[in-house]
Design a protein around this ligand. Structure first.
Ligand code: FAD
Ligand code: DLZ
Ligand code: SF4
Length: 507
């Protein structure tokens, strides 16, 4: 039985299920850089360089282990430009009995793969992606019969299932969640350790040249490039996080400081999502750090919750609800994405900072994505499809299974509250509390209306008023509607006037 094993750019794990049982003598591993994947959205240049370099290093490692790898580079003359094109090319040239793949991370790709058996008249075996801690079937069982899903309950079950931070059947420390301790305000005097910096070797250098030549019109800075591109380097990045930053991860998880893009976050999503790191090894390293007395419980629990909780939860929702999930638009929002999302050219300092850092690093941390970039898109009524495309384009960790639920579910509430219990809408006061951006902004965060007032302030109330019929029954917003109702008619008119004028100015 000769198998063709296709490995995708986000499946760079030696334990990937498609390699299980592979016969090194007779089977062939196919990896291909294809223009369709690099341009179905115009990915950030750094993201393409990262994926291509990591793919080339991974292929080299497989070859050293004795696998027969067919690797197609983007600029190879016979490159067919798509996964199905490359599969077709190789099966036309050689005889295979079956194609083996691990399930892909995007519905778009799965749909394509499901057509191959008929198209190529050869069996296509699609194996479960065992790198995730909850299979799509397990998640569907958990979700069945629940009208609304809540991450917290899913997370507790995951803690129990894998015995993470547990004492018998109770959570270590007596609480499941220490989020209330994780809201320290930004402190400009912090001595923040640098993020991981790998050396650029010949492979990465070649890829940087290729991306610069072929994707010049894509967004983003290609250099400096310092992502890990091998498993060895990714393990070093994990170790560096555990040693240098984990202990403060919880305290400053929600803080934003001007000129500090990385803070105490792990910066591991790139490696987790492309397979260089496995979720459980990150979780266990953090848990061990707690037991060794090196990191406090609020930090370790918070980090672990992101991985076994949020990460698995959003993936479960993605596969449960696709393809419909991509077209949800609960608020019927249809405004275009303002051009400053691509240029950072706005007087709103918070947005300008977060977009600039995104352009430089293909990274922004969670609160920047949620409470600045996403929050603004929600308040301004930007069409979900355009917001999703932007988030999928600009971040090196963006794959649709994780990007879409975070954007459509968590921040835009486009699914009407299936993923989150209320929209994460906030005015300028929140951004001012959690960042130092407002100090140097052209707008005044303390001014609520009129010239020079922070746009988040009036847009927040405008959003609530405009969508009242859809949010009225949400008990978590009742206080806010009571506050709105107590406002004078003049105040309400000013909110509408300022909002409409501002929104027209960014069209
Ligand atoms: P840390 O803060 O150090 O967190 C540790 C790990 O937990 C991350 O590496 C990640 O694997 C996981 N994690 C944390 N939060 C989430 C979450 N909400 N969903 C899934 N995993 C999570 N994450 C992506 O990996 N890809 C995306 O395309 C993506 N898009 C997002 C869009 C929006 C609007 C929002 C609000 C969040 C998005 N996230 C996305 C989640 C989160 O912002 C990133 O995982 C995180 O910023 C990555 O940086 P880090 O590795 O330093 O994370
Ligand atoms: C993101 C990406 C890019 C930019 N290029 C490739 C590629 O050329 N070849 C490849 O195998 N994978 C690439 N990827 C990752 C894929 O887009 C990803 O595997 C699918 O979206 C499924 O999750
Ligand atoms: Fe952002 Fe408003 Fe603060 Fe300016 S004042 S940084 S627009 S929150």
């Amino acid at each position: 039985m000769n198998s063709l094993v296709l490995i995708l750019g986000d499946q760079l794990s030696h334990s990937i299920s498609s390699l299980e049982g592979l016969d090194k003598e007779n089977d062939i591993v196919l990896m291909c850089e294809v223009i369709e994947e690099a341009s179905y959205v115009k990915h950030h240049k750094k993201k393409i360089a990262f994926i291509f370099s990591a793919m080339r290093h991974f292929a080299e490692e497989l070859q050293l282990q004795g696998y027969h790898v067919e690797y197609t580079k983007l600029d190879d003359a016979n490159n067919m430009g798509s996964f199905h094109g490359e599969v077709k090319r190789i099966i036309n040239a050689r005889k295979f009995d079956q194609i083996v793949v691990t399930e892909p991370g995007e519905f778009r790709v799965l749909k394509d793969m499901l057509s191959w058996q008929d198209k190529f008249t050869i069996p296509v075996i699609i194996r479960t992606d065992k790198r995730f801690l909850c299979t799509t079937d397990e998640f569907a069982t958990w979700a069945s019969g629940r009208k609304q899903l809540r991450m917290e309950y899913f997370y507790r079950e995951m803690r129990q299932k894998y015995t993470i931070l547990m004492e018998g059947d109770q959570p270590v420390g007596g609480q499941w969640n220490y989020d209330s301790e994780n809201r320290k305000f930004p402190n400009e005097q912090l001595n923040i350790p640098a993020t991981f910096h790998s050396k650029i070797d010949d492979i990465t250098s070649d890829v940087i040249g290729l991306v610069s030549q072929q994707f010049g019109e894509h967004v983003g800075d290609l250099e400096p490039f310092h992502f890990a591109v091998t498993r060895k380097q990714a393990l070093q990045a994990l170790e560096q996080f555990i040693e240098d930053r984990l202990s403060c991860f919880g305290d400053y998880q929600d803080a934003m400081i001007q000129g500090e893009p990385w803070l105490y976050h792990s910066h591991l999503s790139f490696y987790l999502n492309c397979g260089l790191l496995l979720p459980m090894e990150c979780v266990q390293a953090a848990e061990q750090s707690y037991y060794d007395g090196k990191a406090p419980l609020n930090a370790v629990e918070g980090f672990i919750r992101q991985i076994i909780g949020w990460r698995e939860y959003v993936r479960g929702i993605y596969w449960l609800k696709m393809p419909d999930y991509a077209s949800h638009n609960f608020f019927d929002a249809h405004k275009n994405l303002p051009s400053f999302y691509w240029t950072a050219d706005t007087k709103m300092n918070c947005l300008s900072q977060c977009v600039s850092e995104t352009i430089q690093n293909a990274y922004a941390h969670h609160i920047q994505r949620l409470m600045v970039l996403g929050n603004f898109a929600l308040l301004a009524g930007i069409e979900p499809a355009q917001v999703n495309e932007w988030f999928l384009t600009v971040y090196a960790d963006a794959f649709e299974w994780v990007e879409l639920p975070n954007v459509s579910g968590m921040i835009l509430f486009a699914d009407g509250g299936y993923l989150a219990s209320k929209p994460y809408a906030a005015g300028g006061a929140y951004i001012n509390k959690m960042s130092n951006y407002c100090k140097t902004c052209s707008y005044s965060v303390h001014k609520k209306n009129g010239k020079g007032a922070c746009p988040f302030n009036y847009l927040y109330w405008h959003f609530l008023a405009k969508n009242r019929d859809k949010l009225n029954t949400n008990h978590r917003l009742m206080m806010m509607y009571k506050t709105y109702d107590r406002m004078s008619d003049d105040k309400k008119t000013a909110i509408d006037y300022d909002s409409l004028e501002f929104l027209a100015s960014i069209e």
